[in-house]
Design a protein around this ligand. Structure first.
Ligand code: SFD
Ligand code: AMP
Length: 622
């Protein structure tokens, strides 16, 4: 493998990640940058047209207020999110998303995204906050608009960003990023005055249910490897709520979503004995007051009730699609029945095709046969019913002083902004809210640059060190490949897939994975951390045969740093706030008196030491 050539890209705003948040950031930054004569660039490790969590499409937009028809107010949304996240969220950020999200959704429609419409021309509601779309091409439609806005010459695709750069004179100011091409022997150095970090959450950190031939079949996007967390953690940004992982109820093995079944089709889940755990285990909600008795029942508590049922040996659990559809079909015309049936299939075909394939291959007609559901492996993300991400400054006109230190969505590192899964403690933004948040962050990044007299300075020696590090797995492999007869088995190096599987085993066994029924405790976490430290040493011996392997190597580092941060947070929070997501056996109860607050962390980039802190929860409305 030849040494790579280097291309230096000079810009003002660099958007890392061209997913939903990155498209929002590109679209908005392009507009404001033009006003100020600035250059905005977006970089994605894949092709934006089909990158990230929305690659396959979606069948609903889960965050839409409907303010123009007076359906909901931002305050209503804040109250909903507050309860679903078991009391703690950055309500200033949630409010900010709510007041801005509708206009982004309207733009999606203008750009050609087809919506389900009522005869009066209104969006069809799946639930109070969700609207239905024919969304197989959601991502190409949004990406096309973002790409047109920022300009073809400012788009770098198939470039994996592995490091952020800091200002030579100010260790707390961002100065750009470094990445490598996944197609050519090339390293890119992006010099920037501000960076918007929008490169998705973290999946495959825990051992998934499907291993071996099914490896890779999970709910959230396999392409989301935790870059957004690793980049910001390594840059010394303060993180929040990294313990607040997500576990989902999903159709078994195909990971089809359940929202439409619950909310639109009014379906229920029953166990193998025909019992509804939400009824038989209703009393359990009393243990999680005040959140347990507010409707809708928070996502983790719904999981928790099901998990109790699973552990009591009551599985398999079934989504009673048969009962729900038969009820909906009763008395309807053949035409209407066909329409309902096609909506049921489209829900999967628009966003999790494999679930539809599974129905077909298991001979399941959802109107006749119920489908198994179960709980997923955990994911680290910030845009669903969860809260992982950076601790960011909130909007000036809404945020209390504890949450406001500069530009909206700027992290604690100057010039470093975050959006989508990258922003913590403000869940339920989903695809539309992530796009809206990207727009907010992009606009702020331009404001920040306009206010800065001096550009940051790059440390050339630092860049050389990073470049050598990036390429190391390729050189290490080349050096040792002859010492065994098989390229993938060698005493001198570790292939990225082996490393990934080792990480997943560790996380499953010690850090509350499905194999441990999501249970952990202090000693398990300490032992897990010891093993993770050893694992990190071994990652210095990663080997890569080609650029694809190199990408996989750096993705393992993303997941490892995300995992380490998660462990620190779970250890620090001495309570169980989100049963059904994870349980701390040392502290099995909710403790509002001591822990109705955020857990924040900062890893010192120089020493690798973690500093943990509590931050106050301040409501935005009653
Ligand atoms: O119901 C690098 N989501 C849903 N949202 C909805 O609004 N409605 C739904 O119906 C949704 N459902 C759903 C959803 C996701 C998935 C996978 C399924 C079903 C099966 C959630 C949204 O998709 C999610 O909230 C947003 O996409 C989050 O946006 P963002 O921008 O934070 O993440 P992204 O879109 O995945 O984009 C990340 C981008 O970064 C790139 N990238 N680029 C350069 N260098 C690196 N190192 C990089 N690492 C990553 C990626 O390529 C990508 O472009 S339901 O089931 O919940
Ligand atoms: P899902 O398909 O599970 O990702 O959910 C889609 C949307 O519906 C999200 O906004 C969920 O929070 C919401 N949702 C899913 N199931 C329920 C439920 N049983 N009660 C209330 N909201 C739900």
């Amino acid at each position: 493998m030849q040494r790579p050539e280097t291309e230096v890209v000079d810009c003002d705003v660099l958007v890392v990640g061209g997913g939903m948040a990155g498209c929002g950031a590109s679209y908005e930054t392009a507009y404001w940058a033009k006003q100020h004569g600035l250059k905005a660039v977006v970089v994605d490790k894949a092709a934006m047209e089909r990158s990230g969590a929305v690659a396959m499409g979606l069948s609903a937009i889960n965050c839409y207020m409907g303010m123009k028809h007076g359906e909901n107010t931002p305050e209503d949304f804040v109250r909903y999110v507050r309860n679903d996240l078991m009391g703690i969220s950055r309500e200033d950020l949630v409010y900010d998303i709510a007041r801005h999200v509708d206009s982004s959704v309207h733009m999606f429609e203008e750009w050609g995204l087809p919506f389900f419409k009522t005869p009066e021309g209104r969006y069809v509601r799946e639930g109070r906050w969700q609207v239905m779309i024919h969304g197989e091409s959601y991502k190409p439609i949004v990406a096309e608009a973002a790409k047109a806005a920022i300009g073809e010459e400012n788009i770098y695709q198939r470039v994996f960003v592995s490091h952020l750069l800091k200002d030579k004179r100010d260790a707390n100011r961002v100065a750009g990023a470094v990445g490598f091409s996944t197609r050519d022997n090339k390293i890119y150095v992006f010099k920037a005055r501000a960076v918007v970090c929008a490169c998705g959450g973290a999946t495959n950190v825990w051992r998934p249910h499907a291993v071996g031939e099914g490896l890779g079949r999970i709910w959230y996007s396999v392409f989301n490897t935790g870059s957004v967390y690793k980049l910001m953690i390594n840059a010394g940004a303060e993180m929040t709520s990294m313990e607040h992982r997500l576990v989902q109820t999903r159709f078994k093995d195909g990971y089809g979503p359940v929202g439409m079944w619950f909310l639109l089709f009014k379906s229920v889940i029953k166990n193998a004995f025909g019992e509804r755990y939400d009824e038989t285990r209703d009393d359990e909600l009393e243990n999680w007051l005040p959140y347990g008795r507010k409707m809708p029942v928070p996502t983790p508590l719904r999981n928790h009730q099901m998990l109790l049922d699973i552990k009591a040996g009551k599985g398999p659990h079934y989504m009673r699609t048969d009962e729900a559809l038969q009820k909906l079909y009763a008395g309807q015309t053949v035409e209407k029945i066909r329409q309902i049936e096609s909506e049921a299939w489209e829900d999967f075909l628009d966003m999790t095709m494999s679930q539809a394939l599974l129905w077909a291959s298991h001979n399941i007609d959802p109107a006749e046969t119920p489908s198994e559901v179960y709980l997923t492996e955990p994911y680290l993300m910030g845009s669903h019913a969860t809260g992982c991400g950076a601790w960011v400054s909130g909007p000036e006109d809404v945020s209390p002083k504890e949450y406001q230190w500069g530009y909206n969505r700027m992290t604690t590192v100057n010039g470093l902004f975050a959006a989508g899964d990258g922003v913590g403690a403000s869940g339920h933004k989903f695809s539309s809210g992530s796009f809206a948040e990207g727009r907010i962050a992009g606009k702020s990044a331009v404001d920040y640059i306009v206010d800065q007299a001096q550009a940051p300075q790059i440390d050339e020696a630092e860049i050389e060190g990073i470049k050598t590090g990036i390429w190391h797995p390729l050189e290490h492999f080349e050096k040792h490949r002859g010492s065994s007869t098989r390229e993938d088995l060698n005493p001198n190096y570790l292939m990225p897939k082996m490393a990934l599987i080792r990480l997943q085993k560790l996380m499953d066994e010690y850090v509350g994975g499905p194999g441990a029924y999501y249970m952990t405790n202090g000693p398990l976490l300490n032992r897990g951390m010891e093993l993770l430290d050893g694992f990190k040493e071994d990652l210095g011996n990663l080997g890569a045969r080609d650029l694809h392997d190199l990408l996989r190597c750096w993705e393992v580092w993303d997941r490892t740093m995300s995992a380490e941060c998660h462990i620190q947070h779970v250890k620090f929070r001495e309570e169980t706030r989100w049963p059904g997501y994870y349980y701390n056996a040392d502290h099995p109860e909710l403790d509002d008196e001591n822990w109705k607050c955020f857990v924040n962390s900062r890893r010192d980039p120089a020493t690798g030491e973690w500093e943990m802190s509590k931050k106050p929860y301040i409501p935005a409305c009653d």
